[in-house]
Write a new protein. Sequence first.
Length: 173
Amino acid sequence: MFKRKVTDNETCPICKQLMETNNHVLWSCSAAQDVWGDSDIFLQKATCVETNFHVTWEELIDRLNDTELELATCVFRKLWLRRNRWVFEDAFDSPRKLWQGAKTYLEEFKQARGPARDSITSPSVTRSLAKWSRPEEDWVKVNWDATYSDSCRKMGGGCVFRNCNGDLLAATT
């Protein structure tokens, strides 16, 4: 966040020890490691190294099965949301609550997605057309999307930040 000039302090707002990077927040921060260590299914003894998140992601792809990788992705999202709640609302979810939220989120996603992919004979993409609505005055709206390819075992995503006039403030992938 410091490199993107979102904050004037490069130290992690949670552990207050190391520089805040995506990988630090999602993987190597002591608070993130508490979450990963609370897992009852995987990653309890995974190595924790300050590195680039792409390196961490590649290691997880090699190590986890598809179901575990889906859950890990939801945990990453919940970790980032927890970071934001800590910074902006002074609230902090426990590792157990974060895991439960990630599991619930994944289950809801699977239900919304519909039938299992194995039963689909021809792939199709359905997108609902939604019109962007502006945030209130002096607010910033963040829209994000992500995708995962089973065949490539890769994921991608992006965020767009806009003000109440619809002006682009920042974007990232």
